[in-house]
Design a binder for this molecule. Structure first.
Ligand code: BES
Ligand code: ZN
Length: 878
């Protein structure tokens, strides 16, 4: 039976948020906004007026709306029966509000609120902002574009800027005649205003949240097609580059019908535009009917785009289109439930890509990337629960992180596997139908899935979303003839290895496989208590048992040494499936890092993978080795580590060579790129020489490097190159018109080892040549070496006011802070970082600072624990 669970008391949610905050009063609520906006692309301002149809629920003398960096010039209210009354207004910048006050109380009933205002087309990539691009003639021009999620619609027009306050929107834009003007809906009327300007009126939107509204005025070309259901899809590109929109168009034409079928609900609008925006803070944004993208997440140039970029475009397009249902049609009630949007879209994107691009082996990549990174972050004390109380915008910004996205998607994948696809779909359809054009809480989804599956979905899933962290399952076995008795116990997994006395436990759907049929699930059960004993009949006494086959569960496994030893031959012979080999190394690395097992044991285990050829397994091992290398660079042991790392990749490198072979596929290209990059970075002589030669030829345009080889070749030649190489690559950057190629170079520049070239890279990151959206990635490329890290940290501190202002404290700044700080390894450094951010607060990065400092202390403890043993092993035994 589907019963309605009592909704969490909103007051409770707010009270536990960190900063005092309250939501807008519901005494007056909007139902429609008629918005008229005229951006001025020369003065970088906009003039706006809006008439908001509202319902006054209680007699009030005040109306509170969200409003930020907007100048109101008049505001009045008119009810149906009386004349219009003027309002006075006061702004509250800290709370991002404006209060309109009236001389007399407004009577309950319908009415309309009219506001005239002006604002700046800012350069912060937030609200209504300007984005710079080059015309085909090479002239600098500007477009006016929007980014409203999570809380920046209030920078474009005064509004009830909360996801649960839904309304319809009638948008009108005034734009120069020679510009394209777009919004969520199709055009109903276009007329001339004067000789230069036109006015474009768009049809009424469905009932929706403010953060999903979008406007664009600029110059674009497009390619178009219709889906099988007659939705007109256009991909807008920079002028002259429309062919680069073909691949995204193809993905859209596949995704929209897929979702219609999967969710059992058609996409409700008659058009879907995807557009590449030159300055864009995030990767993409799911505005209903007008999805905006960073150029590198949308455009594919068959000659110059890598396989990785192509895959990324497929993923991002599929992600944003999933939001058209999950997020746009049904929206989270409050940002606490952001993961309902982001976790879900991050799961659905893989379903689509897996179906249409099976050769990508995308689910294996999911385990190697999303699940692995989420487990790493969620083992920290400074992690947070998937459902997290948030109030003030700076707290909301903070949770667009790996927990909402990757842990969210991982626990959904666990659930999907546990209840099965059929029940999952039935439940989703029920949920989406029930809450269409409305808002939902996390437990609403659980209720629908519970109804559809007849499994205790809510009881199980709450343990994963309401509390941070995840369990490690400790398992040992007893053999009685062909009967195997497994003893499980669960406890919270902590990055510092501390066993917690916390009595909290998870409800864990567990499965097992056996050596006789490695691809099959042999047993499935729910662990509900701290410990559980499980008996399995008919297992040959020589068979290994693998827990969590397919790596669907969001937990780690610690085997007894006997069980682990029995699994090792399965790794060598590769009878253990790739995803399980990956799960094993990933868990063992995490256990070593936490001090539960020794680091040298892990490094020895890596040697068992000498026959390994799977991209995802190698990429996981590559990531673990990078973590070791960076750690060891703190005690100048990275040089000694390089030859060991070379050995890990050498055999595979010899086999693959530089040039693609006939009949190779997508994953082969990814593997080659990975292996060459690793060999080159770690200083494998032959690879270094070949890379340098190829890069110089590429720079001179005498021999073009295939796109898939560019990142590894650039990394290698910069890590082992001099200033001439650096300048040659800057030349490649300057000549390239494709943003992907420019960033490919710029993001590798920090691989240089000479401190003066690091300084050159840091300076370059803030120059006019690098877009604000990209600066962060250029800076963070510099912190992989000891001296690079010190210089980057110094640079961040010296330029902090500028950087803070540039990003208005947004998530790019948080990313920069975390990446710059987290690789140090001493208590003094942790304190230095804390002191700096105490004196220079960055509210939206608070949690990132905590996480970075926690990592710094973990690194210090790791070195203290295992540093000597690693040194001995690297120097004596090798
Ligand atoms: N809704 C987000 C965009 C967003 C991100 C808005 C951060 C505000 C703050 C969008 O759906 C998204 O998740 N974009 C991702 C790409 C995606 C494929 C993971 C991004 O921007 O990285
Ligand atoms: Zn998203």
């Amino acid at each position: 039976m589907l019963t309605r669970v009592v909704r969490p008391n909103l007051l409770r949610v707010m009270a536990s948020a960190k900063r005092a905050f309250s939501r807008l009063p519901s005494t007056v609520v909007p139902s429609n906004y008629a918005i008229h906006l005229h951006p001025d692309l020369e003065k970088f301002t906009f003039a706006g007026k809006e008439t908001i149809s509202v319902e006054v629920k209680e007699a009030v003398k005040e109306i509170k709306l969200n409003c930020l960096d907007i100048e109101i010039s008049s505001a009045s209210y008119r009810s149906q029966e009386s004349a219009s009354v003027q309002a006075k207004w006061t702004y509250n910048k800290d709370d991002e509000l404006v209060t309109l006050s009236f001389a007399e109380s407004l009577r309950p009933g319908p009415g309309s609120l009219s506001i005239d205002f002006t604002g700046e087309l800012n350069d912060k990539m937030k609200g209504f902002y300007r984005s710079k691009y080059k015309s085909p003639e090479g002239e600098d021009r500007f477009a006016a574009v929007t980014q409203f999620e999570p809380t920046d619609a209030r920078r474009a027009f005064p509004c009830w800027d909360e996801p649960a306050v839904k309304a319809t929107f009638d948008v009108t834009l005034v734009a120069p005649k020679n510009r394209v003007a777009l919004s969520n809906m199709d055009v109903v009327e276009e007329k001339d205003c004067d000789s230069n300007l036109k006015e474009i009126r768009f049809s009424r939107t469905p009932i929706m949240s403010t953060y999903l509204l979008a406007f664009v005025v600029g110059e674009y070309d497009y390619v178009e097609d219709k889906t099988s259901n007659g939705v007109l899809v256009r991909v807008y590109t920079p002028v002259g580059k429309k062919e680069q929109g073909r691949f995204a168009l193809e993905v859209t034409l596949k995704s929209l019908p897929f979702y219609k079928d999967y969710f059992g609900i058609a996409y409700p609008l008659n058009k879907m535009d995807l557009i590449a925006i030159s300055d864009f803070a995030a990767g993409a944004m799911e505005n209903w009917g007008l999805v905006t993208y960073r150029e590198t997440c949308l455009l594919i140039d068959p000659e110059n785009s890598s396989s990785m970029t192509k895959q990324r475009v497929a993923i991002v397009v599929a992600h944003e289109l999933a939001h058209q249902w999950f997020g746009n049609l049904v929206t989270m009630e409050w940002w606490t439930h952001l993961w309902l949007n982001e976790g879900f879209a991050s799961f659905m994107e893989y379903l689509v890509v897996d179906k249409y691009f099976p050769e990508y082996r995308i689910w294996d990549q999911f385990v190697a990337q999303d699940t692995a990174r989420a487990l790493e972050l969620d083992a920290l004390r400074s992690s947070h629960a998937i459902e997290v109380p948030v109030g003030h915008p700076s707290e909301i910004d903070e949770i667009f992180d790996l927990i909402s996205y990757s842990k969210g998607a991982s626990v959904i994948r666990m659930l999907h596997n546990w209840i099965g696809d059929k029940a999952f779909r039935t439940g989703l359809n029920h949920y989406l139908e029930k809450f269409s054009y409305k808002n939902a809480f996390t437990e609403d989804l659980w209720n629908s899935l519970e109804w559809a599956s007849d499994k205790p979905v809510e009881r199980v899933m709450r343990t994963w979303t309401e509390k941070m962290g995840f369990p490690v399952l400790t398992v040992s076995e007893k053999k009685e003839g062909n009967t195997r008795i497994l003893e499980f116990s669960q406890s919270k997994f902590s990055a510092d290895g501390a066993s917690s006395d916390d009595s909290y436990h998870w409800l864990i759907p567990v499965s097992l496989s056996c050596a006789s049929k490695p691809e099959e699930v042999r047993a499935e059960f729910l662990i509900e208590e701290k410990t559980k004993s499980v008996k399995i009949e008919n297992v040959a006494s020589t068979d290994w048992i693998k827990v969590n086959p397919g790596q669907f569960g969001f937990y780690r496994v610690k085997y007894s040494s006997e069980m682990l030893s029995s699994l090792l031959p399965g790794i060598k012979s590769q009878t253990l499936p790739a995803r399980d080999r990956l799960g094993l190394t990933s868990d063992l690395f995490a256990l070593a890092r936490a001090g539960v097992s020794g680091s040298v044991d892990y490094l020895r285990l890596v040697e068992c993978f000498s026959n390994e050829e799977d991209f995802n397994v190698m990429s996981d091992i590559g990531n673990s080795l990078s973590t070791f290398r960076i750690l060891l660079s703190n005690i100048d042991l990275d040089g000694a580590f390089h030859p060991f790392a070379v050995k890990v990749f050498e055999k595979l490198g010899d086999k693959l060579g530089w040039d693609a072979k006939e009949g190779e596929g997508h994953v082969d290209a990814l593997l080659r790129s990975l292996v060459i990059g690793k060999l080159g970075y770690y200083g494998h002589q032959k690879t270094v020489e070949e890379a340098k030669e190829r890069v110089l030829d590429h720079a001179k345009e005498t021999r073009v490097l295939p796109a898939d080889l560019r990142v590894p070749a650039y990394i290698t030649s910069l890590a082992h190159g001099d200033e001439a190489m650096f300048d040659a690559l800057l030349g490649v950057f300057r000549k390239a018109t494709l943003q992907e190629e420019r960033m490919r170079v710029a993001r590798c520049l920090g691989c240089v080892r000479d401190p003066s070239l690091i300084e050159k890279t840091l300076k370059f990151s803030l120059s006019d040549e690098v877009r604000a959206q990209d600066t962060v990635f250029v800076i963070t490329s510099c912190c992989g070496t000891k001296s690079g890290r010190e210089l980057t940290w110094k640079f961040l501190q010296e330029n902090f006011p500028l950087l803070h202002d540039r990003y208005e404290g947004g998530f790019l700044l948080s990313r920069l802070i975390k990446e710059t700080c987290q690789h140090f390894a001493s208590e003094e450094k942790a304190q230095e970082i804390e002191a700096f951010f105490k004196a220079n607060p960055a509210p939206a990065a608070e949690r990132n600072v905590l996480q970075a400092c926690e990592n710094v202390r973990l690194n210090a403890a790791w070195i203290k624990r295992d540093g000597e043993a690693i040194r001995d092993w690297l120097t004596k035994e090798k």
